[in-house]
Design a protein around this ligand. Structure first.
Ligand SMILES: [Zn+2]
Length: 269
């Protein structure tokens, strides 16, 4: 996981969501009422999905595993637990069906004070709770919240995620070195293609872990390569490879967002 910036919802969407919440309350604020309103709220879900696609990392990746395409609107605090938060914009994240339906489901572990023990990447910096060892593709928990998040999502237990992070580490290192060679050679097209490739990679947390390693003392020893350490130094001093046209590279281009927002909704969670 990486930290995500949640965009503001517009007044129309907030008002539509507030109306749905009123209906849930009128129906007794039960889990059943939440589910029925959620099923009926096609317009609201389309608006929520369009916003989530804007904030999703890479190419509309799941906000939990950062690998698969995010297909489901996940309720971070489950509808069954808090029906009145069903249409709360701050309770929605984009998840793949595997993370949503096979792992998280209705889990919402809390501590003795009722504080949630899952990382919400739109609120928390996941790296405050997890350390990613990119060469091994695994996480180490730094806090109880990190430990619970690893358990609930199976982030260290799913072969496709661990091996995927290992592969992403190799690709990121190679592309970073290639990007820096393009910069040195004045090949701006080649450099920009590599910037996009890095930001569209699955497992955006691998790149973040590599960037963090580069800031540590003896970075070239840790990274195992002077060339990679030099490339990373340039990467950090050029705002992660220079963002073209001021666009956030962790978001998808507007045309892609609009196309995806027009697709039929698939929601759960
Ligand atoms: Zn996922």
């Amino acid at each position: 996981m990486i930290p995500l910036r949640r965009p503001e919802a517009d007044d129309d969407l907030l008002s539509q969501c507030a109306d749905r919440t009123k209906r849930i309350r009128k129906l007794g604020a039960t889990s059943k009422a939440a589910q029925s309103q959620w099923s009926a709220g096609t317009v609201e879900k389309d608006g929520i999905r369009a916003l989530l696609l804007r904030m999703a990392p890479g190419v509309e990746r799941c906000m939990y595993c950062l690998n698969s395409t995010g297909t489901d609107i996940d309720h971070f605090e489950p509808k069954s637990r808090r029906p009145l938060r069903t249409f709360c914009w701050h309770n929605h994240l984009l998840a793949c069906s595997r993370c949503n339906s096979n792992y998280k489901r209705t889990e919402y572990p809390c501590d003795d004070f009722g504080q949630c023990l899952l990382i919400d990447p739109s609120v928390d910096d996941p790296f405050d709770h997890l350390m990613l060892l990119p060469a091994s593709g695994t996480f180490k928990a730094k806090t109880r919240k990190g430990r619970e998040t690893l358990r609930v999502f199976g982030l260290n237990d799913r072969f496709e995620l661990v091996s995927g992070r290992q592969d992403a580490y190799v690709r990121c290192c190679d592309v970073l070195i290639g990007w820096h060679r393009c910069v040195v050679d004045g090949d701006s097209g080649g450099a920009e293609r590599r910037v996009h490739a890095l930001h569209r990679e699955p497992f955006a947390d691998v790149l973040r872990a590599i960037e963090d390693m580069a800031r540590l003392p003896h970075a070239s020893l840790l990274l195992g390569s002077d060339e990679l350490a030099t490339a990373l130094e340039a990467w950090s001093t050029t705002s992660r490879g220079t963002v073209p046209e001021g666009r956030l590279l962790t978001t998808v281009p507007p045309s892609r967002t609009e196309t995806s927002a027009a697709l039929p909704s698939r929601t759960d969670g």
